[in-house]
Write a protein that binds this ligand. Structure first.
Ligand code: FCA
Length: 335
């Protein structure tokens, strides 16, 4: 029995023709397929980071490179993630580190493997205590976004007719992390500018950047300052502000006694705005985590494929999202 009937000959001819005409494309696809990068995040369960990783993966699917999503909740996990990436043949990774002071150790490991590294959100600090300028970074313009938080709070205090002299602020801080300090400093400056009383600002230093650490930090502050009836709450992100709002509820404050404004505009805020009744979480300054994920992955991809090193620092901006406009802002920012 012959394998080359007229029909199969035609099909074979078509296949050869296709293969030939697709020659250069196939070579292109081949080289793109070889690009593999890690995307390591400090808090893989948080909506902000899930969205960043998903956006990077989607870009990889569009452009033909592979993104390996990894978690790096402490130094040890980050170093194993880098080893793992090396054994998979990755050429580099995007990282939001669990501790910015791990920068030099992470870079040493990456250098051993010849990997390219870009940071997203939290920028490495070198042994001199300064940002590591040689590692390209993309993150929020923390101070400006913080100012937006402070202005949003001041405006809502005004809407509610609160007397600034009688309002307390719960400032949930994380001074270990420069972007966090910039954000709360910006918010404080804007609040003071609006006439807020400096002595009425109370600090709740959190150990981490999540809801539970903020809740633990906030609870004792409410108990100690029970003399205030009106509170505003701010922090580096909405997860932490939500921790503060939950602590205010547990203390017994009503939603109309509290104005919390966060930062991020991720699933944590959407869930809060979707509740049937408003809570003390008034709003959040939304930044596009989709853009952060895509852009940082794209920067690394260009660097790997064209040798074009991304710029040292890219700062992104935000937009206030409240219960009234969150769906529109979400759409606008592609979230
Ligand atoms: C930090 C915060 C995150 C997010 C990011 C841009 O990493 O912990 O919630 O705000 O910056």
């Amino acid at each position: 029995m012959s394998f080359t009937t007229p029909m199969t000959r035609t099909l074979l001819g078509m296949a050869v023709g296709l293969a030939l005409s697709a020659g250069p494309l196939t070579a292109q696809a081949q080289s793109d397929e070889d690009v593999k990068m890690g995307f390591i995040v400090k808090k893989p369960e948080q909506a902000w980071f899930i969205n960043e990783q998903e956006a990077a993966t989607a870009l990889g699917e569009e452009k033909g490179f592979e993104v390996v999503r990894l978690s790096g909740e402490d130094g040890q996990e980050v170093l194993s993630a880098i080893d793992n990436l090396n054994s998979q043949g990755a050429q580099g990774f995007v990282i939001c580190p669990p501790d910015v002071r791990l920068g030099p150790a992470i870079m040493n490991r990456a250098k051993q493997y010849g990997m390219k590294v870009v940071t997203v959100d939290d920028r490495f600090i070198g042994s001199d205590g300064e940002p590591m300028e040689n590692v390209p970074h993309l993150g929020m313009s923390g101070y400006k976004i913080g100012e937006q938080v402070g202005n949003a709070i001041a405006e809502e205090m005004d809407n509610r007719g609160w007397d600034p002299d009688e309002v307390a602020a719960l400032r949930i801080t994380n001074y270990e992390l420069p972007t966090a300090k910039e954000r709360t400093d910006g918010a404080t400056a804007a609040l003071l500018e609006s006439g807020f009383k400096k002595d009425n600002i109370f600090d709740a230093p959190q150990q981490n950047t999540d809801t539970s650490s903020a809740f633990s930090a906030a609870s004792p502050v409410f108990s100690k300052r029970g003399d205030f009836e009106h509170w505003v709450i701010y922090a580096l992100n909405e997860e932490s502000v939500l921790g503060g709002v939950r602590a205010s509820e547990q203390y017994g404050l009503d939603p109309d006694q509290v104005i919390g404004v966060g930062i991020n505009g991720s699933g944590a805020a959407f869930a809060e705005f979707s509740r049937e009744k408003p809570t003390g979480f008034h709003g959040t300054v939304a930044v596009s985590s989709t853009m952060h994920g895509r852009q940082s992955a794209d920067n690394l991809y260009q660097w790997i494929t064209d040798g074009e090193k991304p710029k040292a620092n890219t700062e992104t901006t935000g937009k206030l999202m409240t219960r009234d406009n969150w769906q529109d802002v979400r759409e606008e920012l592609g979230l």
